[in-house]
Design a protein around this ligand. Structure first.
Ligand code: AOF
Length: 279
C-alpha cells in the first residue's frame, strides 16, 4: 500500500533532464494539464488526463464528476474539484499512483501518434515535472541553484515507466487495449469503467493517413505535420534566443551540487532505476 511506504525523493539536474512546467513548452504535452490529448472513457468525452484523474476521486458523486468533466481547462477541472476534496474516495492515497498510471495508459492508447512521439523525444533522459510546491507529483527547484530539482517526481517517474512500456510494446495489443483497474467502485457516471480498446480506431487512422500508390507499391504518409514537430520548432527558436541572450551576458553556469542542503540526496540519472514498478 502506498500509504505504508514513504516515497523517496530524488535529486535531478535540470540540464540533464526533460523538464516540463508550462504546457506550451517543448515537453509540455507530458503534463496532465496539456490540452490536445482528448480521451473517451465509457463513451464520455474527457478533455485531459487531469480531468480523468480528478473524476476518479469521486466515483460515488456523479454531480462532481460532471462538474470536473465539463470544464474546458484542465487546470480548472482540478481547481473545481478542490472544494469537494472531503468527498474523495476513502483509500485514495493508496491507489492514486495506480489511477494515474491508468490515466497515462489511456492517454497513450488514445493519442498514440502525438503522445508516443513526444515520449520518443525524451530519449532515455529523466523526465521531471517542475513544480512550485508539489514535491510528490513533481520536483521543486532549489532556491540557491535552480538547475537542481528535488522531489518524489511521481508523475515524471510514471512517464518514464510508460516510455519504457511504449518502447517495449510499440504497436502491440497492450498499447491499444487498456483494462480497467481491479479496484472497487472504479466507476464513471455510475457505471463501471470498461476496457478501452483502440485497435480499430488506430487501424482506420492508419488507412486514412496512408496514401497507397498501387502502381509502384509505395506507401506515403499523407499528412506529416504534427503538434510535436511544431512545438519542437518553436522550442528551438526559443532555445536559440535564450542561448544568444546568455552568450551576451556571459554568466558562468551554476556549479553543481555545491549547496550543503542537497549534498547527501540521491541523484537521479538516466541509469538510476526510477520506476514505480511495484505499485
Ligand atoms: N500541482 C500542480 C500540478 N501538478 C499536477 O496536479 C495533479 C494532481 O493534483 P492533486 O490531485 O492535487 O494531487 C497531477 O496531474 C500533477 O501532475 N500541475 C500544475 O500544472 N500546477 C500545479 O500546481
Amino acid at each position: 500500500m502506498e500509504t505504508s511506504r514513504k516515497h523517496e525523493g530524488k535529486l535531478y539536474y535540470a540540464d540533464e533532464c526533460c523538464v516540463f512546467r508550462k504546457t506550451k513548452e517543448l515537453y509540455g504535452g507530458l503534463s496532465n494539464m496539456a490540452s490536445g490529448f482528448p480521451l473517451i472513457v465509457n463513451g464520455v468525452h474527457i478533455l485531459s488526463s487531469e480531468a480523468l484523474y480528478q473524476a476518479c476521486r469521486f466515483p460515488d458523486r456523479l454531480d462532481i464528476q460532471e462538474k470536473i468533466i465539463k470544464e474546458r481547462s484542465p487546470m480548472t477541472a482540478k481547481m473545481i474539484s478542490k472544494p469537494f476534496r472531503e468527498h474523495t474516495r476513502d483509500e485514495w492515497d493508496s491507489i492514486r499512483i495506480k489511477i494515474m498510471r491508468w490515466c497515462l495508459r489511456v492517454k497513450l492508447a488514445q493519442n498514440f501518434i502525438e503522445f508516443g512521439r513526444l515520449l520518443e523525444t525524451t530519449q532515455d533522459k529523466p523526465i521531471v515535472e517542475d513544480s512550485k510546491k508539489d514535491d510528490f507529483w513533481g520536483a521543486i527547484r532549489d532556491k540557491e541553484n535552480p538547475n537542481i530539482l528535488y522531489g518524489v517526481n511521481a508523475l515524471g517517474r510514471l512517464l518514464m515507466e510508460l516510455r519504457q512500456f511504449y518502447n517495449q510494446n510499440r504497436y502491440s495489443y497492450e498499447i491499444f487495449v487498456v483494462e480497467p483497474l481491479n479496484i472497487a467502485n472504479f466507476d464513471l457516471y455510475g457505471h463501471p469503467i470498461l476496457r478501452i480498446d483502440e485497435r480499430l480506431k488506430f487501424l482506420s487512422f492508419i488507412k486514412k493517413h496512408l496514401c497507397i500508390d498501387e502502381n509502384n507499391n509505395n506507401i506515403n504518409i499523407k499528412n506529416n505535420t504534427s503538434v510535436v514537430n511544431k512545438k519542437q520548432a518553436e522550442a528551438k527558436v526559443e532555445l536559440n534566443t535564450i542561448n544568444a541572450v546568455s552568450e551576451k551576458s556571459k554568466k558562468p553556469k551554476p556549479k553543481k551540487n555545491t549547496n550543503t542542503n542537497i549534498k547527501n540526496k540521491k541523484i537521479a540519472t538516466n541509469k538510476t532505476p526510477q520506476l514505480f514498478s511495484d505499485y
